[in-house]
Design a protein around this ligand. Structure first.
Ligand code: AMP
Length: 260
């Protein structure tokens, strides 16, 4: 689903539905989502439905979830840089990617529509189109896992669509063997949290990664140096259906002391 208001992007979401009978209900949920968006009711909504042959579908597991609580966004960025280097990203690549996101990674200094691909050692940007970037798609959790996730996140006051969708997306991204880690913060001016994800450390939410009111956000996918098949990686991220059928651990927020 893509929805816009006054020509501006408002909302977008997708689902992988296991049973044909559920398609109609999911479409109605999407319509509600577009019409009841906190920033207004959409005046243009596009819905697209594609059949996916069962044999094309992969299954996988959701990343473990942990939360860090910092006192301000500047501390949050120091922590993000630390977590990225722990995951195997060079300090140079981590710092320059944080700067790209902070300044708007698309030409002209706005947010990209998708993610940057960044060489985890040199920091070189590898995506062909710096406005569109790489758009991860075709991933979801099963109905059972979605219900478990709602319940577990609710216990920590984190049962919201930002967290759920980002956790699903990050789980697909770091399942690619070429990816070392991901960094993200939202372009929603009211949502200051973000995360660093990697297959070894899971999804690490940081409560503050940008100032309130900041519209620039984005994602960086750090690619293992020397990964030759970038086209194959992009094909996996954008086109391969992945249905996540196993939930990970969900840990409480821990306060970060600022010591690295
Ligand atoms: P959001 O978390 O939806 O606020 O998105 C934050 C940023 O991540 C956006 O500004 C885009 O740069 C990027 N982004 C959003 N959706 C995707 C996606 N499906 N694949 C890759 N990057 C995305």
């Amino acid at each position: 689903m893509h929805a816009s208001l006054d020509g501006q992007h408002l909302s977008g979401a997708e689902r992988l539905v296991e049973h044909f009978d559920s398609v109609e209900d999911e479409l109605i949920c999407m319509l509600h989502r577009a019409l009841q968006h906190p920033r207004g009711s959409a005046d243009r909504i596009s819905l697209q439905v594609d059949e996916i042959p069962c044999e094309e579908k992969l299954t996988g597991n959701l990343l473990d979830f942990s939360g860090y609580l910092v006192g301000n966004w500047e501390q949050g960025r120091i922590l993000a840089c630390h977590l990225l280097t722990e995951a195997g990203v060079s300090l140079g690549a981590a710092s320059c990617s944080l700067e790209y996101l902070a300044n708007g990674a698309a030409p002209g200094g706005s947010s990209m529509r998708g993610a940057m691909l960044v060489d985890a050692q040199s920091g070189e940007r590898l995506e062909k189109d710096q406005t569109r970037g790489v758009r991860v798609s075709r991933m979801d959790v099963t109905k059972v896992v979605r219900e478990q996730l709602h319940r577990c996140l609710a216990e920590h006051g984190l049962d919201n669509s930002h967290v759920i969708e980002a956790l699903i997306l990050a789980s697909k991204v770091v399942s690619a063997p070429e990816i070392v880690a991901e960094l993200c913060w939202s372009d929603d001016p009211d949502y200051q949290a973000g995360y660093v994800a990697s297959s070894a450390s899971g999804y690490q939410r940081i409560n503050l990664l940008k100032p309130l009111g900041e519209e620039r956000g984005g994602r960086a996918f750090f690619v293992r140096p020397g990964s030759a098949d970038l086209a194959g990686l992009i094909q996996y991220l954008e086109k391969t259906p992945l249905l996540i059928d196993r939930i990970g651990k969900i840990d409480r927020g821990i306060t970060w002391s600022g010591q690295v």
